[in-house]
Design a protein around this ligand. Sequence first.
Ligand code: ADP
Length: 173
Amino acid sequence: MENKKITAIFPGSFDPITNGHIDVIRRGNKLFDNLIIAVGQNPGKSEFFSKDERVRMIRELTADMPRVTVQSYDCLTVKFAAEIKADVMLRGLRNLSDVEYEFQLAMTNRTVAGIETVFVMTSEEYGYVNSTMVRQIALLGGDVSKLIPESVYQQLRQKIKKTSHTMDTDVPE
Ligand code: ADP
């Protein structure tokens, strides 16, 4: 184990990536030799940005972190983790309600795939930020600029403009 380089996988939907995710990535960047951000799709959530769009955005945002790489995947997270030879899984905790879900997930992943999970706690200021809320507020015209990086904010606005335009033209009068 001595001098072994540790590779961590940080899986998530990142739809879109928030300042909370970035906070976790910055912390992970200090802890591991390699950090692979794995962009997947939670089957319980529908897609807003395509996977390619999400990967592109995250690559731009992590360009100054040489240990970080970004990849997308379609299979089970633990299967992808094994494919890329990840030693540990990184997950972020926002609050106590995250703990219950994440605890269950970490135990399951350890049981079925033998992979350990490392948790980091986000800064208090991001403790309430989640992607679903960001999307919902933005779709209803609210200002989410403090919750996500500026480049993501611009792309979110464009996407909403395009979506509402398509809806306008699609709806028969
Ligand atoms: P998933 O849909 O797979 O949960 P998410 O993109 O919602 O994917 O979350 C990926 C990981 O990032 C999870 O561990 C989640 O707890 C963590 N996370 C999400 N938002 C925050 C935040 N604001 N602060 C810290 N961790 C976060």
